[in-house]
Design a binder for this molecule. Structure first.
Ligand SMILES: [Mn+2]
Length: 405
C-alpha cells in the first residue's frame, strides 16, 4: 500500500502581500501527478490546509478542485485531512458530508466523548488500513486541567489512547496523524516561533505510544524525523513560508506498507516554483553594494515566475535617500519585492547562529542565547541587564532542581 504524507499547505497565504495562488496551484498540480506516478492508495494531509481561519474563497476552491482532479486521475484514492492550528475547526467540519462522497475524510475537531470519530478504517485497492485522524488539539478539546507542559502531554497521550481503543481490527496497519510540536524537532525562525517556543504545546514523542506503525505529523515546517525514529515524521511545508526557510528541501513523503509493516519512507521533492532571494545571503551590505547586487541579479524572463527579493541594509547606512535609490535600482526588475531589513553589526554575528538554524540552539549556552535575543529584540546597543541575567540563573537553578526530583 502506498501512502503520501503531506501537511502545512497554508492555502491562501500572502507572502509579504504577494499572492501565492500560482505557487500553490503549481504544487497541487505536481502533487496530483506524483500521486498518479506512485499509484497512491491514500493521501494524508496533517493540518494547516489553510493559512487562516477565514481563507479567501479562491483558496477553498483550490482545495476542492484539487480533490476533484485527484479523484478523476485516481478514482480509488482515499484522502484524509485534519485541521491544524491555523484552520478553523468548524469550517473544516462543514465540508465533511460533501467531501465524504469523494472518499475524502476531513476532521476539524477532536471530541473526547466521541474518540471513535477520528478512527478511520479505510478500504483501499491495496487493502485495509486504520488512520487515527487526530486534528490539532486545543486545550479545550482535551481533558487537561494543569497549565503545565506535562499535563498537556498527558492529555494528548490520553486522546491518542482513547482513539486507539476504538480500533476494531487490530491486525491492520495504523497511521496516527497529528498537528503539534513534538520535542526534538527543528524549527525555523520567524514563521513558527510564536506558536512553538516557550509555550507548553511541545510534547514528547512517547505520547504516540506503540500502536501506530507510522506517525504522520504536521506543524513544523522543516521535514524531519522525530527522536531519530524513521516512522515518526514531519513532512514539512511544500514551499518556504519565510525567508528563513529558503534552504529547506521541501518534500512530501511516500510511505510504503508491506502488509501491516512500513517497508520504506522516501521523500519526493517538490520543485521550487519561485526562487527566494535574500541579498546579501549573510549579514548586511552598504547601499552601494546593494544597488550593484540588484543590477547583477540574473532574473528569469518575463513569462517565468518572478522570485521574491528581500534586502539587508547595514543599520549604520546614513543615506536618507536609500528607499528611493533602491526603488530606482529595482525598476524594471522582474521581482516580487519583500522589503528592506536593517542589519546591525551585532546582528550580523549573532543572527545566523541564533535564528537561521535553531537546530543548533542546544549547542549554545543559555546566557549566550539570552544575550543574542536581547540584542536582537530589545536593544542592540547596550549589554544584558544584570537583573535579567539573575532571573535566568534562577530559572536554570529551579530547572536543574526539577530534574533531580
Ligand atoms: Mn501549524
Amino acid at each position: 500500500m502506498k501512502v503520501v504524507h503531506t501537511s502545512d499547505w497554508h492555502l491562501g497565504q500572502q507572502f509579504y502581500e504577494h499572492s501565492r495562488f500560482a505557487e500553490h496551484q503549481a504544487f497541487l498540480d505536481w502533487l496530483c501527478q506524483e500521486l498518479v506516478l506512485v499509484e497512491a492508495d491514500l493521501l494524508i494531509v496533517s493540518g494547516d490546509i489553510y493559512h487562516t481561519a477565514t481563507p479567501p474563497a479562491a483558496a477553498e476552491q483550490q482545495l476542492y478542485t484539487f480533490i476533484k482532479h485527484a479523484k478523476i486521475a485516481l478514482p480509488n484514492l482515499h484522502i484524509v485531512i485534519v485541521a491544524g492550528n491555523h484552520d478553523s475547526a468548524n469550517r473544516i467540519e462543514t465540508a465533511k458530508p460533501l467531501l465524504y462522497q469523494f472518499d475524502t475524510h476531513v476532521i476539524g475537531r477532536f471530541d473526547k466523548h466521541k474518540p471513535e470519530d477520528v478512527v478511520k478504517s479505510l478500504m483501499t485497492s491495496s487493502g485495509k488500513i486504520n488512520v487515527i485522524a487526530m486534528p490539532f488539539l486545543r486545550s479545550a478539546d482535551i481533558s487537561h486541567l494543569d497549565s503545565d507542559e506535562s499535563g498537556y502531554g498527558l492529555a494528548v497521550e490520553q486522546a491518542y489512547q482513547s482513539a486507539y481503543a476504538c480500533i476494531e481490527d487490530e491486525n491492520l496497519a495504523v497511521i496516527a496523524m497529528g498537528h503539534l510540536h513534538a520535542k526534538g524537532g527543528d524549527i525555523s525562525s520567524d514563521s513558527e516561533r510564536n506558536i512553538t517556543i516557550g509555550g507548553f504545546d511541545s510534547i514528547h514523542a512517547d505520547v504516540f505510544g506503540d500502536v501506530p506503525d507510522y506517525v504522520a505529523l504536521g506543524h513544523l515546517h522543516k521535514a524531519q524525523k522525530v527522536a531519530n525514529n524513521d516512522c515518526i515524521r514531519y513532512c514539512g511545508t511544500p514551499m518556504p513560508m519565510s525567508f528563513a526557510e529558503r534552504h529547506y528541501k521541501h518534500q512530501v513523503l511516500l510511505v510504503e506498507f508491506e502488509g501491516s509493516r512500513v517497508k520504506s519512507v522516501s521523500p519526493r521533492y517538490v520543485p521550487r516554483y519561485k526562487e527566494i532571494i535574500l541579498l546579501p545571503e549573510k549579514g548586511g551590505a552598504t547601499l552601494a553594494q546593494l544597488c550593484d547586487a540588484i543590477e547583477a541579479l540574473e532574473l528569469p524572463t518575463e513569462d517565468e515566475p518572478k522570485p521574491y527579493l528581500r534586502l539587508r541594509l547595514n543599520a549604520n547606512e546614513t543615506d536618507s535617500q536609500f528607499r528611493h535609490k533602491i526603488e530606482q535600482a529595482l525598476e524594471n526588475k522582474a521581482v516580487h519585492f519583500c522589503g528592506i531589513e536593517r542589519v546591525s553589526p551585532q546582528m550580523q554575528q549573532g543572527d545566523e547562529l541564533l535564528f537561521e538554524d535553531l537546530g543548533k540552539v542546544s549547542e549554545l549556552a543559555p546566557k549566550t542565547l539570552l544575550e543574542l535575543a536581547y540584542k536582537e529584540q530589545i536593544d542592540a546597543q547596550s549589554t544584558l541587564p544584570s537583573a535579567l541575567e539573575k532571573c535566568l540563573e534562577e530559572v536554570l537553578v529551579s530547572l536543574s532542581e526539577q530534574g533531580k526530583s
